[in-house]
Ligand binder design. Sequence first.
Ligand code: SF4
Ligand code: ZN
Length: 287
Amino acid sequence: MLEDERRPDGTVERALTVFLAGSECPFTCSFCDLWQFTIDGPTPPGALTRQLGTVLSAHSGPSPDRLKLYNASNFFDRRAVPPEDVEGMTTLAAPFAAVTVESHANTVGAVTLDFARRLRGRLEVAVGLETIEPVAVAHLNKRLALARFDMAARLLTEHGIALRVFVLLGAPHVRASEAVAWTVRTAEYAVARGAAVVSIIPVRGGNGEMERLAAMGAFVAPTLLQLEESLDRCLQFTGTVVTADLWDAARLPACTQCRAARIERLQRLNVTGRAEPRIFCPACDTA
Ligand code: SF4
Ligand SMILES: [Zn+2]
């Protein structure tokens, strides 16, 4: 997938995201559905290098600025990314000025620094902070203490590795009426720890567990309006790019008459970072 992304210095990069299939993540966060894109057992050595090579050789035109390697797990877990693949992948990534991989904060450490040293481009690590709402943190099953997140953020920023943070909108156990406020507070927490980019991800249902939590009243699907509200409020932060994840935005509960215009506005905000008047819709706006 190719997209344009703003960086904290105001430049807009072309980023190529490659989705790699490998071993399932050992964490079992309640909101996660990424296991659908993983395999049973450890990733066979050579498989990731082959997948990446296939995608890159199919790509024509100028090389994008950034390569994102998303493996639906933790890049620094050796079961997910076998050490045998590191050399092949860093060689394939050599034409890119920057490379982003994803990892649970608990697996950020010496392997991360070693990978950064081997890359020609600058490394960025995407870490799920999800939410700082204390009740939700205790129930997410993420096994992430905020102190561990802080340690990972410090290690990365002190070594010149960029930090990208995933923040949830509509995390289970966060009241729907407080969802936007907690998303903004969590983004602010990431900004204060040096995040270069914060991506707001609306929680989607469909993994079975979210349906169970919804039936218990512990999960209410976030709406497109809440996503707009969250991003609008986060535009106040400087030095960090905050964007709304729009991969599944068309499925968010929203008014059918203005949905497309609202998504287009969010796409513009993601790239420009400049505040814009809200969309007025006679069908759903009472103002
Ligand atoms: S750590 Fe990430 S990939 Fe693993 S279960 Fe949690 S959200 Fe999913
Ligand atoms: Zn409307």
